[in-house]
Design a binder for this molecule. Structure first.
Ligand SMILES: [Zn+2]
Length: 307
């Protein structure tokens, strides 16, 4: 399928990651000092954004040198890539005090990425999702998984190296299969007890070691609904930085049989006709609703319903 066939929110980061150049510390340092270089800022997982001319929001960039000063070393800095000739960095800030009331006053405001994502241009949402995923990884992997020694950021932040045992650690991406089971002109959605009343969504679960994507899809459908899968079709994928998932969106045709919720993950499963599913994603089905357009589940239901 062509690369542009379908782009979910958080996919489509336009930066040139410059994987080879970023492995050279001198090159990264030179880019950080370059007055033309920019940096985005994340505080406690929230990106700094500003109003966009004509409506909506956009990334509020600061000078990279300023981010360098606020970072206090390499740990909180990430080289994101190049936008044409301009180097883009990211700065990770933590703590109780809002930096928008401190050193970054007047430069932007910090917003929850999920809340602001649909308000951002697609490329901005994807750049921020990349930075957030990388900083979530850093936060959770400060120590060497081999020997327990504190590890150090390397290659612009894209690798961590243990100074004790020399082990190298790379950012995680955890694959999740998310699928819409279908049978002819109906599709099956499930609901978790914790979700808001009337909310239905696609089935999902982590892919486990030793499984192919289609095997994980079939297992999850079997576990959550008691149905056997006949075939699996790929739709699209979505980076999901909570904290490091890749959602693999699938549409799966299932065999005859009664759908039964497992009562562990799902309290209810429900069949929808194609027309009901179409009304559901457009927000008009009484008593039932689907996740919003940010979620790949929404896109899966919509793609099948409107096919
Ligand atoms: Zn080690």
């Amino acid at each position: 399928m062509p690369l542009t066939a379908f782009t979910n929110v958080f996919a489509g980061n336009p930066l040139d990651r410059s994987s080879y150049a970023r492995s050279k510390p001198d090159w990264v340092a030179e880019k950080l000092a370059d007055p033309a270089s920019l940096a985005l800022v994340i505080w406690n997982g929230k990106p700094m954004v500003e109003k966009r001319e004509g409506g909506g929001s956009q990334i509020a960039y600061v000078r990279a040198a300023m981010a360098g000063e606020l970072s206090d070393g390499a740990e909180r800095l990430l080289f994101m890539g190049l936008w044409k000739e301009t180097a883009v960095f990211a700065l990770d800030l933590e703590g109780a005090a809002d930096p928008a009331d401190g050193p970054l006053e007047g430069l932007g405001r910090f917003e929850d990425l999920r809340m602001v994502a649909l308000d951002l241009p697609g490329p901005d949402a994807a750049i921020l999702a990349t930075a957030k995923a990388m900083f979530e990884w850093r936060r959770r992997h400060r120590f060497c998984a081999v020997c327990g020694h504190a590890s150090e950021a390397s290659e612009g932040g894209w690798k961590r190296v243990c100074p004790s045992c020399k082990a190298e650690h790379f950012p995680r991406t955890d694959p999740v299969v998310i699928m819409l089971p279908t049978r002819g002109e109906t599709c099956l959605l499930g609901r978790q007890a914790a979700w808001p009343k009337g909310t239905y969504s696609a089935l999902a679960g982590f892919l486990e070691p030793g499984e192919s994507i289609e095997e994980a899809c079939a297992r999850e459908i079997w576990e959550e609904s008691g149905l056997r899968t006949a075939s699996v079709r790929y739709h699209s994928t979505q980076p999901w930085p909570y904290p490091s998932s890749l959602m693999i969106g699938l549409i799966a045709e299932v065999e005859d049989g009664e759908a039964t919720p497992d009562q562990t993950e799902l309290e209810e499963v429900r069949w929808f006709t194609r027309e009901e599913a179409r009304t559901l994603v457009n927000g008009g089905l009484p008593g039932a609703r689907a996740p919003g357009g940010l979620a790949i589940a929404h896109q899966l239901i919509k793609a099948w319903a409107e096919a």
